[in-house]
Design a protein around this ligand. Structure first.
Ligand SMILES: [Zn+2]
Ligand SMILES: [Zn+2]
Length: 310
């Protein structure tokens, strides 16, 4: 399975600001000036994470692919536009879009997804929410967007994930669960052969609410090869944003350790966070694991364009 990130920011798309760009390029040029390595590509390979990457302009969108099968897409935030650009000249393709919920940051890429403008393509939307179609139409009401959802030329299908759980799709088993978020959110546990990818974004795990369902969540997420999880806040921020529907990175690491996850992806970063803030959250999470030192849990900060192969 190949997992690719097209959008990892939470709440609203957050492009790199000019002052942040200048700060990064100045730091890179200063390092280059003093470096013995003058080949640009070789030099770039030596850069630390904070200078070699930018973290999260686009909002939630991730693909899961396996051996050229149809593409599974987790959420349709602004990153979906970038994904669609890869398929502008591809015909007869089927895309499966699993939606966590209908907050803007998870659906705003739909009107800009180029494959929806090609009548030979099929786009299948999945959600347990019975208002799935209405919620998508509402986003493209004439007062919000010039073209209605109905008029998008691709073939559109809708699957309400209620009865079948797990749902079988091209060899994938897709199990969905309810998460704790204002207005509701859906988590997905996707497995194929012996691989398991879990997606739990827009969810507030607290010691209190996890307590009631701790065995259920453990059974769901246990031994995930990859857990992509809402870590919008640092622990300090979480205390002032209690009940806002998002999880702290500290809590996510604790849960990932308890659930014996192999790789935890820090996802749905706060739009107020600079790249430096996110690196700090990553380093703090790595420190937290060192304290346990019982097993290897790899922490990954979601970066657009980054692929994880399992
Ligand atoms: Zn969100
Ligand atoms: Zn949300």
């Amino acid at each position: 399975m190949k997992i690719t990130f097209y959008g990892s920011r939470g709440s609203i798309a957050t492009p790199l600001l000019l002052n942040e760009y200048h700060k990064k390029t100045k730091a890179i040029l200063n390092l280059y000036k003093d470096s013995q390595i003058k080949d640009i590509d070789d030099f770039f390979a030596t850069l630390p994470l904070e200078l070699s990457q930018i973290f999260g302009g686009n909002t939630a969108c991730i693909t899961i692919e396996d051996d050229g099968e149809d593409i599974l897409i987790l959420d349709a935030g602004s990153g979906l536009r970038e994904l669609g650009r890869k398929y502008t000249s591809v015909n007869n393709k089927t895309f499966h879009i699993l939606l966590s919920h209908f907050h803007w940051d998870h659906i705003c890429g739909i009107p800009f997804f180029k494959p929806l403008y090609n009548p030979t393509n099929t786009i299948i939307f999945y959600s347990p929410n019975i208002d799935l179609i209405e919620n998508l139409k509402r986003q493209q009401h004439p007062s919000h967007f010039p073209l209605s959802f109905d008029k998008l030329p691709a073939k559109k299908k809708f699957v309400i994930l209620n009865e079948q759980n797990p749902y079988s799709l091209n060899g994938y088993k897709i199990f969905h669960i309810e998460l704790n978020h204002p207005g509701g959110s859906t988590g997905y546990i996707i497995s194929k052969d012996d691989k398991k990818v879990s997606y739990a974004t827009d969810t507030e795990f607290t010691p209190e609410n996890i307590d009631e369902k701790s065995l259920f969540f453990k059974a769901c997420f246990e031994s995930s090869d990859v857990l992509i999880m809402d870590t919008q806040y640092s622990l300090t921020e979480f205390f002032s944003k209690f009940d806002w529907g998002h999880t702290s990175s500290t809590m996510a690491v604790n849960l990932a350790l308890e659930w014996r996850v192999k790789r935890l992806v820090l996802f749905h970063s706060d739009p107020e966070h600079t790249d430096e803030d996110m690196i700090k959250i990553l380093r703090d999470a790595e420190e937290q694991i060192k304290q346990f030192n019982k097993r290897q849990l790899k922490i990954i900060l979601a970066v657009e364009g980054h692929c994880i192969e399992i």
